[in-house]
Ligand binder design. Structure first.
Ligand SMILES: N[C@@H](CCC(=O)N[C@@H](CS)C(=O)NCC(=O)O)C(=O)O
Length: 187
């Protein structure tokens, strides 16, 4: 259900990589057992066959991309990698994080889990819509966020868009965004 594990799950699916997925409950990440694996207490974590743990969703995706074959969703070659990294970072900072943080600081489901600051939520409420407007303009003359190829930038933006909708920040998606969501689903 959480956006960062969903990013990794979609990335693996699109690459055709089978992961053995263990879903954790919302309180499991706070336990000592999980903290021994990821001291930050967040999901996702990738466990390799040799017991190595890799955390941070983007890092996990970059690892999966590097150890699997093409198409390389983090890019192939300097120009493509740089362009995709730029748009992925923009999508994370301008869209996914504001949408998720808005939810954390406004939705009742998180009230018992963290100290909510509604003013903070209100101050970032317009960011996702602004980035999605920029995206809609870009997507009117190219198929995917970073350019002609489907990439990790689309996956990050996809969940930013979905969670913006869930939290009521983007109730009426632009036609170019609706068409792009369908392209991402089909990629
Ligand atoms: N930078 C981390 C962020 C991970 C993150 O925020 N995970 C959330 C779920 S989407 C989480 O574990 N929240 C539980 C908590 O913070 O206690 C990543 O991309 O892997």
């Amino acid at each position: 259900m959480a956006p960062n594990p969903l990013r990794v799950t979609m990335f693996a699916q699109k690459k055709g990589i089978a992961l053995d997925i263990h879903n954790l409950g919302i309180d499991d990440t706070r336990g000592a057992d999980y903290r021994a694996i990821n001291p930050i207490g967040q999901v996702p974590t990738l466990e390799l066959d040799d017991g190595t743990h890799i955390t941070e969703s983007l890092t996990i995706c970059q690892y999966l991309d590097a150890v699997s074959g093409p198409p390389y969703l983090c890019g192939d070659g300097l120009e493509e990698r740089t362009r995709i990294a730029m748009w992925e970072r923009r999508a994370e900072l301008q869209l996914l994080i504001p949408a998720v943080e808005y939810g954390h600081h406004s939705h009742p489901i998180f009230a018992a889990r963290l100290t909510q600051y509604p003013d903070w939520a209100a101050s970032i409420a317009d960011a996702p819509k602004a980035f999605l407007a920029l995206m809609a303009a870009r997507l009117s003359d190219q198929p995917f966020l970073a350019g002609p190829e489907f990439s990790i930038a689309d996956i990050t933006a996809y969940y930013g868009c979905r969670f913006s909708t869930v939290y009521g920040l983007y109730p009426a998606p632009a036609p170019a965004i609706v068409a792009w969501l369908e392209r991402v689903d089909a990629a």
